[in-house]
Design a protein around this ligand. Structure first.
Ligand code: MLT
Length: 252
């Protein structure tokens, strides 16, 4: 069964959760791994991210779209192109928190954005068995649905086999309404906020499709943090076969 959580409130138990925050958390996390960071530590709060800071770790994130005080960089995929350390600590209002929450509901959690669209589709098509529950989770914005997330959820849903829930059909209908990823992103309220903040370049960057052959997956979790690494680098490459033990915590 293919389901879509149109907002984080719709998160439910599933075999596989695919978390989306196109503007911009999952785009930034995917870019960070593509740039060579070993792990992305998604923190539930700015405070938790600060606790995780240490040698070799780059602190990235946003509060109302801009870099929090004392952080090394913002929540920008373009800024994540140049690797500045070994691990990337990411704290964002909606995306990073949804990744941490999804880890509590699904044994396997992957991250999707437009940048890694084909790679995610390939992994899901290979690893997903029709009897499994796949939930595509839109991070949304402050509890409301975000157009860019629903657009991508619909694009992904349309490429998978299996029964679809009504929210999945809604997302697919939304996706059919746009001629290009950039058209969908540019029409969103989140894009308007980014334009207002002078971050227009990130909208175009996040709209680039299938530029990165990286599928981030949660490999461990601890209090208020989920550690994400590139799926191909995991010992167990079969997403469907990987589970995470409760004591598989993030060492800090
Ligand atoms: C979030 O997680 O709230 C977003 O990624 C915000 C942003 O675009 O920085």
């Amino acid at each position: 069964v293919i389901d879509v959580a149109l907002t984080r409130a719709d998160l439910r138990r599933a075999d596989v959760a695919v978390v989306i925050d196109v503007l911009r958390a999952t785009s930034t996390a995917t870019q960070a791994l593509a740039s060579g960071y070993h792990r992305v530590l998604c923190a539930q709060t700015i405070h938790r991210a600060r606790q995780l800071s240490g040698p070799g770790r780059v602190l990235a994130g946003e509060q109302r779209c801009v870099k929090p005080p004392g952080f090394d960089q913002g929540n920008s995929p373009a800024e994540a192109i140049n690797r500045r350390g070994v691990e990337f600590v990411l704290a964002t209002t909606n995306g990073a928190t949804t990744i941490v929450a999804a880890r509590q509901r699904a044994a396997r959690v992957m991250l999707a954005c437009l940048l890694n669209f084909d790679a995610v589709v390939r992994v899901l098509q290979a690893a997903h068995h029709p009897e499994q529950e796949v939930q595509i989770v839109c991070s949304g914005t402050n509890g409301a649905a975000a157009l860019e997330d629903v657009y991508l959820a619909g694009r992904l849903s349309a490429r998978l086999r299996g029964e679809r829930t009504d929210p999945a059909l809604v997302a697919e209908a939304v996706a059919r309404g746009f001629d290009s990823p950039l058209a969908a992103l540019a029409a969103s309220a989140d894009a308007a906020v980014l334009r207002e903040a002078g971050l227009t370049g990130d909208i175009a960057y996040c709209a680039l499709e299938s530029e990165l052959d990286v599928v981030p997956a949660v490999i461990a979790a601890g209090a208020g943090v989920a550690a994400v690494a590139e799926l191909d680098q995991l010992a167990d490459k079969d997403l469907a076969g990987r589970t995470i033990d409760a004591d598989d915590t993030v060492s800090v």
